[in-house]
Design a protein around this ligand. Structure first.
Ligand code: UD1
Ligand code: MG
Length: 430
C-alpha cells in the first residue's frame, strides 16, 4: 500500500531524522572514519610514483637485492597523506558536536571552551604533521627531533592553561603521608605535558626499522585507548572520553590503511611524519582527556625501549645512524646489529650502562675480535635486538608479529593496572 505525505508533513519528518542523526556525533565520526579508511586505501598507492619522483623514497634494508639489480625504491613519508586525510575528516567533523548549541540553543549557550580545545588540538596535530614532514625531507638532527614536538604542543598547553588551569595532582596513597593528599605542580605540570608529547612522538619513531612495526604499534595503541574510552563513556566523566574518540576513530582508521600497505613486504614507508602524527594524537587526547597517566600505560613496550635506548640516544655509547637488525640475505633472516667502540673512549656513564646491560643479559658483547684487540662490539640497545638475542635469528615478519603480541600483552597489563591495581594508589571513583 502506498503511503502519501503532504509536502508540509514531509519536511518536519526529514528535519527530525536529520536532527536525530546530527545528535549522534560518535556515529557520524565513525562513518567519516570509515570513509577516511576507504579513501586512504584507494589513494595511498596512487601517490607512490609522485613520492619517488620527488626523491622521497628509501631502500628496504631487509630485502634481497638480485645480483646486478638496483634495490627497489620504496616511497617514504606516506604518513603525510594519512595525516592529510585525517585532517580533512576532522575539519568536516568540527561543526557536528557543536551544531545544537550553535543553531538551537543560541549564542549565549555556545561552549566556547570546548570548541577552542578542539581547534587547538587540531592545530597541534597539524603542526606536528608539518614538522614531521620537514624532518623527512630535510633529515633533521636528533636535537631537532626533541625540539619540534615541544613547539607543537605549545598551542595545546596554552589552551589547557586558560581553560582548565589546574596544575594540582592527587598524590598516590603511599606517598600521601609525605606530600599530603594533593600537590600543586605549577610550571612543572606543563613541563611534564610537554615532555609527554616529546616522548610519545619519539618513542614510536625509535621502535622502528622493520616492516609494519611503526604502524602496527600505533594501531594497537589506538585501538586500546579507544576500548578504554568506550568503556569510560558509561562511567563518571563521559565528555572527555567522547572528545578523545572524535580524534582516535579517524586516526585509527587511516592508521589501519597505512598498516595494510606497510605490512611485510612493505609497499610504503610511513616516515617520521607518521610517527610524529601518531605520537602527537595520543598526547593530545591524553592531555585534553585528562588521562595522560592511563595513556602512558599503553606505551609499556615503548617506555622500555626508550629507557633501554637512553645511553645511545644521549651518545654515552656510540649510536649508529641505523640500529635496525642486520639482514642476512642467505637465510632471509634478521639477526642483531652491533655498535663498535673502544672501551677507553666511553665516559663513566657509558661504561656504567654498558656493564649494567651486560650483567642483566640485555646485550650481546664481543670483545677483542680479530686484529682489533682494543675494540668491543655490542648489540644495539633496542627491544628488536633484545628479541633476536632471546629467540635467535628470525624472519622479518615473525619479529614484527612478536612485537605486536608484546604490544597486545602490554595493553592487557595496562587495563589490569588501571582497573585492578589503581585502587592501591588512588581512591578510585566508580
Ligand atoms: C630510527 C632509529 C634508527 C632506525 C630507523 C629505522 C633510533 C635513534 N633511530 O631513525 O635506529 O634504524 O628509525 O626506521 O633508534 N627502513 C627499512 N625497513 C622498514 C622501515 C625503515 O629498511 O621497515 C629503513 C629504510 O631505509 C628507510 C629508513 O629506514 O628509508 C627510515 O629511517 P628513518 O625513519 O629516517 O630513521 P630515524 O627515524 O631517523
Ligand atoms: Mg623514523
Amino acid at each position: 500500500m502506498a503511503v502519501y505525505y503532504s509536502r508540509s508533513a514531509e519536511v518536519p519528518i526529514i528535519m527530525e531524522a536529520l536532527t536525530n542523526i546530527l545528535d549522534q556525533p560518535l556515529i557520524i565520526n565513525a562513518a567519516l572514519s570509515l570513509a577516511g579508511f576507504i579513501l586512504a586505501m584507494v589513494v595511498l598507492p596512487r601517490f607512490y610514483p609522485l613520492f619517488i619522483k620527488a626523491g622521497l623514497f628509501g631502500k628496504d634494508m631487509s630485502k634481497r637485492v638480485p645480483p646486478g639489480k638496483e634495490p627497489v625504491k620504496v616511497p617514504e613519508a606516506l604518513g603525510v597523506i594519512a595525516g592529510a586525510i585525517f585532517l580533512c575528516i576532522m575539519f568536516l567533523f568540527i561543526p557536528i558536536p557543536f551544531w545544537r548549541s550553535w543553531v538551537v540553543d543560541g549564542k549565549e549557550e555556545f561552549p566556547h571552551h570546548e570548541f577552542v580545545e578542539f581547534v587547538a588540538a587540531l592545530l597541534s596535530i597539524c603542526c606536528m604533521i608539518f614538522l614531521g614532514f620537514a624532518d623527512d625531507v630535510l633529515d633533521l638532527r636528533w636535537r631537532h627531533k626533541l625540539l619540534l614536538p615541544t613547539m607543537a604542543t605549545l598551542p595545546l598547553l596554552m589552551v589547557y592553561l586558560v581553560n582548565f588551569g589546574s596544575t594540582t595532582i592527587i598524590v598516590p596513597k603511599p606517598l600521601q603521608p609525605l606530600l599530603g593528599p594533593a600537590l600543586n605542580l605549577g610550571l612543572l605540570y606543563f613541563v611534564y605535558m610537554g615532555m609527554l608529547a616529546v616522548f610519545c612522538t619519539n618513542a614510536i619513531n625509535i621502535l622502528a626499522g622493520i616492516n609494519g612495526i611503526e604502524a602496527g604499534q600505533s594501531f594497537i595503541i589506538g585501538l586500546s585507548i579507544m576500548a578504554f574510552n568506550f568503556y569510560e563513556l558509561t562511567r563518571k566523566y563521559p565528555e572527555s572520553h567522547q572528545f578523545s574518540l572524535y580524534f582516535l576513530m579517524p586516526y585509527t582508521a587511516v592508521c589501519a590503511a597505512i598498516l595494510y600497505y606497510n605490512w611485510y613486504p612493505s609497499k610504503l614507508f610511513v616516515g617520521d611524519t607518521f610517527c610524529y602524527f601518531s605520537g602527537m594524537t595520543f598526547a593530545v587526547v591524553g592531555i585534553l582527556g585528562h588521562f595522560s597517566k592511563t595513556m602512558l600505560l599503553f606505551f609499556i613496550p615503548q617506555v622500555f625501549n626508550f629507557i633501554f635506548s637512553v645511553p645511545q640516544l644521549f651518545h654515552f655509547v656510540p649510536c649508529p645512524r641505523h640500529r635496525l637488525p642486520r639482514y642476512n640475505s642467505k637465510t632471509d633472516k634478521l639477526s642483531m646489529s652491533y655498535t663498535k667502540f673502544k672501551m677507553k673512549d666511553l665516559n663513566i656513564l657509558g661504561k656504567t650502562f654498558f656493564k649494567l646491560y651486560w650483567i642483566l643479559g640485555l646485550i650481546d658483547v664481543r670483545q677483542g675480535v680479530g686484529e682489533d684487540r682494543e675494540y668491543v662490539e655490542c648489540s644495539n640497545f633496542t627491544i628488536l635486538n633484545l628479541m633476536l638475542r632471546i629467540f635467535g635469528p628470525l624472519h622479518e615478519q615473525t619479529l614484527t608479529i612478536i612485537l605486536m603480541v608484546i604490544q597486545i600483552i602490554g595493553s592487557c597489563v595496562a587495563f589490569f593496572i588501571r582497573y585492578k591495581l589503581a585502587g592501591v594508589f588512588y581512591d578510585v571513583v566508580e
